[in-house]
Design a protein around this ligand. Structure first.
Ligand code: FES
Length: 144
């Protein structure tokens, strides 16, 4: 299995690891198949993501994709953050081996779950955001 240099870099030196104490939204998803868990924290002010952090009990690809995903959403509006899909994250990392594609879904779904949490807490609707899943295996769009 080959990993791109960017994947290796984000795995060895992950950005944004940790938690945000007064997070505006927190999302957690797991994957029952591999047992990995991802938790994402977002700090949102005036509809813009000021900070994003993650903690994971997951594989290297999950670490790398979450590192990249949190980097990509920082500074964006919540609406723009929806464009940070697992595909976008994989492109930013110069690709992932096919068997690791599902790991990038963990990052995307945890991000969406955190946005959902933020929206619920603030009584707002984020257009296009679907209710979060507890387990990524519930998704049917995972292409491997
Ligand atoms: Fe479980 Fe990668 S193997 S997230």
């Amino acid at each position: 299995m080959e990993y791109s240099e960017k994947v290796m870099d984000h795995f060895m030196n992950p950005r944004n690891v940790g938690e945000i104490e007064d997070a505006s939204g927190i999302g957690q998803v797991g994957n029952v198949k591999c047992g990995d868990i991802m938790k994402v924290y977002l700090k949102i002010e005036d509809g813009r993501i000021e900070d994003a952090k993650f903690k994971t009990f997951g594989c290297g690809a999950a670490v790398a994709t979450s590192s990249m995903a949190t980097e990509l959403v920082k500074g964006r509006t919540v609406q723009e953050a929806l464009e940070v899909t697992n595909k976008a994250v994989m492109e930013a990392l110069d690709g992932l081996p096919p068997v690791k594609v599902h790991c990038s879904c963990l990052a995307e779904e945890a991000l969406h779950a955190a946005l959902w949490d933020y929206a619920e807490k603030n009584g707002i609707v984020i257009e296009g955001l679907k209710p979060p899943v507890a387990d990524v295996e519930e998704l049917h769009h995972i292409e491997e």
